[in-house]
Design a protein around this ligand. Structure first.
Ligand code: FES
Ligand code: FES
Length: 179
């Protein structure tokens, strides 16, 4: 008698495909209908289904901030929310940030310009999340000091350690707005 169990007939294992739903997302002012499994994160919907790869996947666990986007002007970790939960909201990714500064002569959001002026990146992998987070911070209006900026940006990790210049860039924009 053979000790190796015989494989059951192949048709026993026909997998059922996971159900998908139509999810309508408004990203950077454009509405899109996507067929998604209900557990698809907003991050995966943006990157894998909408080709918006500016939003980065770092940890996929809410610990690095690389995936930060704005939802109705508030910053969130897109890896920690389901796409289906964001229907009816206005989502802004790094691809849409420049659109928020339509009156800027150079077409850049002030935070983008400050990041360039202050050399606030090295590899740039964390930069989209840092910029979205900084815009969310400005919208919140809570940061009054350098220490506040550091604290309120602490959810965004930069593996290159460009923190000093990032803080300087944000501080510059806050000071400009205060004038
Ligand atoms: S990828 Fe979302 S917090 Fe790290
Ligand atoms: S610039 Fe490289 S991770 Fe921040």
């Amino acid at each position: 008698m053979s000790l190796i169990a015989e494989a059951p007939p192949k048709d026993t294992y026909i997998p059922s495909l996971p159900p998908t739903h139509t999810v309508t997302l408004t990203v950077n002012g454009t509405e899109a209908q996507l067929q998604l499994s209900p557990w698809t994160s907003l991050l995966d919907a943006l990157r894998e289904y909408m080709d918006l790869t500016g939003t980065k996947k770092g940890c996929d666990h809410g610990q690095c901030g690389a995936c930060t986007v704005l939802v109705d002007g508030k910053r969130i970790n897109s890896c920690l929310t389901l796409a289906i939960m964001q229907e009816g909201k206005s989502i802004t990714t790094i691809e849409g940030v420049a659109q928020m500064a339509t009156d800027a002569p150079d077409g850049l959001h002030p935070i983008q310009k400050a990041f360039i002026d202050c050399d606030a990146f090295q590899c740039g992998y964390c930069t989209p999340g840092q910029i979205c987070s900084a815009i969310g911070l400005l919208n919140e209006g809570q940061a009054k000091t350098t220490a506040d900026i550091r604290e309120l940006m602490s959810g965004n990790i930069c593996r290159c350690g460009a923190y000093t210049n990032i803080v300087q860039a944000i501080e510059e924009v806050i000071n400009q707005q205060a004038v």
